[in-house]
Design a protein around this ligand. Structure first.
Ligand code: ADP
Length: 547
């Protein structure tokens, strides 16, 4: 017997329809590429998203055809999120920090037909357009009078020209909720990039989940600043959870330096912000010298790479901002776990609570996870046993777009498919997961594993260290030994020996790095994460002391 409830597909357009009807005057504020501040409402967003849909219809694009963006976080990008997906086409958000060759490769792989870009990325478009034969229309996300006269990009039009003449009375179509809505390529540190292809259903379910109190806890009372880019995993789903809750949205555009982000947080009464640790490092670096304070910010989600304890402490103790440590990946839309306490933890002393907060957190309803050993057997949840972390759920990939390889899923003994995350983790008795390492970064010394994240976290606790990356170096006896590459804070004075002494008592003796290498900068990848492969290349020829 079937239930007798209305059957309504979960579609991205419904999020926008809801916001227009119930939060029509809710504010959306964007810092534009031009530097000025733009303000409008969910009502305006809805009308202009319908114009985008009309412009796409007008070009004769078919259902599921791809429309790409190369853009910062801003209102026009948001209109593309709804206009493209809502009309049944697939939004392909391209990461502008990728190498031009990679960008050309993924635009061709996705067969993008329209590509809309912020003028910041005009040089990039000039470099790749001739190699992207599937793109029939290049659109600059700007006012018509800002369009460069001789861009060298054939047929280039402005976004306002493209959508301006369109009526805004488009009716969002209804279709199967499992239809593709958007796609994002993983950075592909090895081999070609692979695309996660999200569906309307997966995106809407993820939007509900992300807004839950023990996840991001978004509400209509919040003013929300996604610093995390809309070109990488849909800014952690905030563009979808925001209209679902009716919160105020604040977009930073291209200005991601500490000062600009701080000014925006203060000017727009931001209560909640989300970003990767490197961005918050710049923010705290700007605030500390001037003794600046936050007037409204009360919580921030930090994820994408391990959040150093020193950062969690600084936010909490110095600024009264609660840090929610989160873990996820492109293949998971991206949220998997988020770290909030349980009722029973509230009575614990502060140090005990802090130990929990450093973990990557508990699974969100919708995501199941387990850790397994080399034979695929599940390991205990005791906070000590570590193994490969596997996940499954309705917003986890089943396969990659046009994947020519084998299925990425791993079938367990019951025949259920799990996605192997490539992370190594522990899970404790309360279900809190802690990432030990990415499986390719873990350091194998004398048959034991050393967590590069643990070593980096300790190094980052030293007052003179701006950034630290720990990698394994070949050793004839131990297989590998850890060394830590360190960027000093400006003006900091300390030696290799000082830093090695700082490790004493903070980790087991055999885990203390064999060497400290001072570097100008640690190479970062397209999503702001440390690129250890490149660091290893840079340190080619390096030999451990005494070898
Ligand atoms: P890529 O950078 O390869 O495109 P993603 O952006 O999808 O990949 O990143 C996913 C990976 O980032 C995870 O598998 C994990 O290794 C790492 N990661 C994400 N959040 C955290 C976190 N809070 N702590 C440690 N590692 C994290």
């Amino acid at each position: 017997m079937l239930g007798l409830m209305q059957s309504q597909p979960l579609l991205i357009s419904s999020l926008l329809e809801f916001a227009e009807r119930h939060h029509g005057d809710g504010e959306i504020v964007s810092r534009r590429v031009e530097g000025d501040i733009h303000r409008y409402t969910y009502r305006d967003l809805a009308a202009r998203s319908r114009q985008v849909a009309r412009a796409i219809e007008g070009m004769g694009l078919q259902f599921s055809d791809r429309v790409a963006t190369l853009a910062w976080n801003g209102y026009r990008h948001l209109e593309m999120y709804f206009g493209v997906s809502g009309s049944g086409r697939v939004l392909h958000t391209v990461n502008p920090r990728l190498h031009p060759d990679q960008i050309a490769w993924i635009v061709n792989h996705a067969e993008d037909q329209v590509l809309c870009f912020d003028l910041t990325f005009l040089p990039l478009v000039q470099a790749v357009h001739a190699r992207c034969p599937t793109v029939r229309q290049w659109v600059a996300l700007c006012d018509t009078d800002r369009l460069p006269a001789d861009s060298g990009v054939p047929g280039l039009i402005s976004y306002e020209q493209w959508i301006g003449a369109q009526p805004s009375d488009y009716a969002w179509p209804s279709f199967d909720e499992n239809s593709a809505s958007s796609m994002c390529y993983t950075s592909g540190t090895t081999g070609n990039p692979k695309a996660a292809l999200y569906s309307h259903r997966s995106s809407v379910l993820h939007a509900y989940a992300a807004a839950l109190p023990d996840v991001m806890g978004l509400s209509a009372k919040d003013s929300v600043l996604p610093v995390v880019p809309m070109f990488h995993v849909n800014a952690w789903g905030i563009p979808y959870s925001a209209p679902l809750t009716g919160c105020k949205l604040v977009f930073p555009g291209p200005a991601l330096d500490g000062r600009s982000v701080y000014e925006l947080i203060e000017a727009e009464g931001v209560t909640f912000a989300a970003g990767v640790p490197t961005v918050w490092q710049m923010l705290l670096g700007h605030m500390k010298p001037g003794g600046l304070r936050f007037s409204h910010l009360n919580r921030t989600v930090i994820g994408g790479s391990a959040c150093p304890p020193a950062m969690i402490n600084a936010f909490q103790d110095d600024y009264g901002v609660e840090v929610l440590h989160a873990w996820g990946m492109t293949e998971m839309s991206p949220l998997g776990t988020l770290c909030t306490l349980k009722n029973k933890h509230l009575a614990l002393p502060p140090e005990e609570r802090m130990k929990i907060r450093l973990k990557q957190g508990r699974a969100i309803f919708g995501v199941d996870m387990k850790i397994v050993d080399g034979n695929g057997d599940e390991l205990p949840w005791d906070g000590k046993a570590y193994g490969d972390l596997l996940v499954k759920g309705p917003w986890v990939v089943a396969d990659y777009f046009r994947n020519e390889g084998a299925s990425p899923l791993y079938a367990d003994k019951q025949g259920r498919g799990w996605f192997p995350t490539g992370d190594v983790a522990t899970i404790d008795a309360d279900g809190y997961m802690q990432i030990t390492d990415r499986s390719k970064d873990v350091i194998k010394s004398g048959g034991e594993w050393i967590s590069s994240i643990d070593i980096e976290n300790i190094a980052m606790g030293h007052p003179g260290v701006a950034m630290a990356a720990c990698i394994g170096m070949p050793h004839p006896k131990w297989d590998e030994r850890p060394v830590v590459a360190v960027v000093k804070k400006p003006g900091a004075e300390f030696s290799r020996e000082d830093l090695l002494a700082y490790f004493e008592g903070k980790t087991a003796k055999w885990q203390i790095p064999d060497d400290v290498i001072f570097v100008e900068a640690i190479p970062l990848g397209a999503t702001g994460k440390m690129l250890k492969t490149r660091l290893r290349e840079q340190l080619k020829g390096y030999r451990l002391p005494g070898l």
